[in-house]
Design a protein around this ligand. Structure first.
Ligand code: MN
Length: 231
């Protein structure tokens, strides 16, 4: 039987130096994965990694050198930027040991985990899910994917974000509390990973608000850069 209406288009992201694109299956995000960011959110102890999600169609792909348009969402007066290293899964699996996890990684991208911070705190304080704070339309701006074979395993590399070219976030992925391999081990214990999954690995300290008209410029060393204007 025919579908009642056309099924939604598959969201896919270009891969650098490739004619193929990366069709997105799920978007997972890691919470509080840099110590200094956990502190600025009011937390001080090392916890097991925890995860939340965004819908694949929250992706806002922006080609390098262009400025994407990020619509300021409703129901917030405190929209925050969070720059993150994004892991693109190329080979699925469950219960993947950290020691072999990088074999499941196709590549990496620069992503923004855009957050309605006021809503997040209100939901958090009531013990409610974070979806309205994290998973709204366009909440996941992202760059093209750089292949792991081209950029290495990203166990180190600068990660930064500027607003109107003023520095806001600057750190290094060596400061991840849970490494990429450890994240994959934990996440794949809860969910069967599939090719096409994206993992936002957490943001360093320096998150803060943006307003309409601001230009967010973010990057991860070797991986790429991403620029959006809040409109
Ligand atoms: Mn985040």
């Amino acid at each position: 039987m025919a579908t009642l209406f056309p099924p939604p288009a598959v969201v896919s992201i270009p891969i650098k130096h490739s004619q193929s694109t990366f069709p997105v299956h799920r978007i997972y995000c890691v919470g509080r994965n840099y110590a200094e960011h956990a502190k600025e959110m009011g937390f001080d102890a090392r916890e097991l990694p925890f995860f939340f999600g965004k819908q694949p169609d929250a992706i806002l792909y922006v080609p390098e050198g262009e400025t994407g348009r990020f619509p300021y969402p409703a129901h917030t007066e405190n929209l925050h930027h969070e720059v993150e290293l994004v892991v693109a899964i190329g080979k699925g699996g469950s219960a993947i040991p950290a020691a072999v996890a990088l074999e499941h990684v196709l590549g990496f991208a620069v992503g923004l985990d855009m957050t309605r911070r006021d809503l997040q705190f209100a939901l958090r304080d009531k013990g409610r899910p974070w979806d309205a704070a994290k998973a709204f339309d366009h909440a996941a701006p992202i760059s093209a994917i750089a292949m792991q074979e081209d950029v290495g395993n990203m166990s180190s590399g600068g990660i930064w974000l500027k607003v109107n070219e003023q520095p806001r976030q600057a750190s290094d992925v060596t400061k991840l509390i849970w490494s990429i391999g450890e994240i994959i081990e934990h996440l794949s214990g809860y969910f069967t990973l599939q090719p096409g999954d994206l993992i936002f690995t957490g943001t360093p300290e320096g998150v803060g608000p943006v307003r309409r008209g601001d230009v967010i410029h973010a990057g991860v060393e070797r991986v790429g850069e991403l620029r959006v204007q809040v409109v």
